[in-house]
Design a binder for this molecule. Structure first.
Ligand code: ZN
Ligand code: ZN
Ligand code: ZN
Length: 375
């Protein structure tokens, strides 16, 4: 999570976000939103507690009211320095007092509240006990697009994170792969991401040979061999905004089949990208990419959705998945990352972050999508 000091946003930006969120909650039939520490709180206030502990920290948003941050007294000085602090009032509670009673006093209505998906169960149970007239809904279910459409400043940060990930790829393709462990190449990736400005590395997948057939494979002890395909998928947060890109490289000359599968995934990725346009349902991006792979007879080997949103986290709505009818809106930002996974043999995945523009899509990753041969 980003520290509050790196935020480029002003208190007015945070005030506008909190007002928009409260209005969206009302539109969704909710009495308000209860936001726990995590991505929503960072996006709404710029505040991330120094450590998330059992002590209750909760942002209370309700239409027409000043936002209130319920915060442990010992952390109140930190919260007061958050970039969005002047757009909310702080209500601190000291050890030994009941934080749920303090929160309940702010919610003097019965009703249904949206609560962060990552709120601790003990806090939700405490609120339910203090406020028997209230009920709760998942904030992400109720307002899936709360953070979905990025403004110009957010898009600049996402583009900068993407450019840093691209520089990481340009440098990793020059290192030696053959004869080294996946974990060593993964450490190189993490170092490069940090050197190019990431304060947080979320994942550095290096999946060589048969490991490439497992989309969730993390880097392990396997020694990379000449002749291996190697799926690279890496990203994290730079200045609070995410990067996430995949390229599949080959150690030495690939076989015809390896080239064919790589070309197929590249074509599917291109088809998914070309489907991006305002008004198009998310599922159409998935369908466009999937059709290319299915038509070539590899449909059963594309075993995940085509993409996920990205912002202050590296995985969030909107999802490019069958059944998601949410129309694309300019400013949305998400991955297009089809793959083919041949069990016991190899895998290929190609992933770019794409943002929706007025007349199509724009890639935030621009390294070659052609097969790269490494040593
Ligand atoms: Zn090979
Ligand atoms: Zn990825
Ligand atoms: Zn991804």
């Amino acid at each position: 999570m980003t520290g509050s000091t790196t935020s480029p946003f002003t208190a007015d930006d945070y005030r506008a976000r909190m007002e928009r969120a409260a209005a969206a909650a009302a539109d969704a039939g909710l009495a308000g939103l209860l936001v726990a520490p995590g991505p929503d709180m960072v996006w709404l206030t710029g505040y991330a507690p120094p450590a998330v502990t059992e002590r209750l920290t909760l942002l209370v948003l309700a239409p027409g009211r000043t936002p209130v941050l319920v915060v442990p007294t010992l952390e109140a000085p930190d919260a007061a320095k958050a970039p969005g602090a002047s757009a909310m009032s702080l209500r601190d509670w000291t050890d030994g007092k009941d934080p749920y009673a303090a929160t309940a006093a702010l919610l003097d209505v019965d009703g249904r509240f949206g609560i962060s998906d990552n709120a601790w169960a003990m806090h939700l149970l405490g609120l339910q006990k203090a406020l028997p007239g209230t009920s709760y809904a998942s904030l992400t279910d109720a307002l899936p697009m709360l953070r979905g459409v990025k403004d110009a400043a957010e898009l600049r940060l996402l583009a900068a994170a993407g450019a840093a990930a691209d520089r990481t790829f340009e440098e990793i393709r020059e290192v030696r792969f053959g004869g080294r462990r996946e974990s060593e190449v993964a450490a190189d990736l993490a170092g490069l991401l940090r050197r190019h400005g990431h304060e947080q590395v979320d994942f550095t997948i290096v999946a060589s040979g048969p490991n490439g057939a497992d989309p969730h494979h993390e880097a392990g002890d396997r020694v990379i061999q000449r002749g291996d395909m190697v799926v690279l998928d890496f990203g994290g947060l730079k200045d609070g905004y995410g990067s996430d890109t995949s390229r599949t490289v080959h150690v030495g000359e690939p076989t015809d089949e390896e080239r064919r599968v790589h070309d197929l995934v590249r074509e599917a990725q291109e088809a998914g990208f070309r489907a991006v346009r305002p008004g198009v349902p998310c599922q159409d991006v998935d369908r466009a990419a999937r059709a290319v792979i299915a038509d070539a007879g590899y449909g059963e080997y594309f075993i995940h959705r085509t993409g996920h949103g990205i912002g202050v986290t590296t995985h969030e709505p909107p999802y490019m998945i069958e059944g998601e009818r949410q129309p694309l809106v300019p400013g949305m930002c998400f991955s297009v990352e089809p793959g083919v996974y041949l069990p016991g043999r190899f895998g290929v995945r190609i992933e770019d972050i794409v943002t929706v523009t007025e007349d199509g899509g724009r890639r935030l990753n621009t390294t070659t999508r052609g097969m790269v041969i490494v040593e």
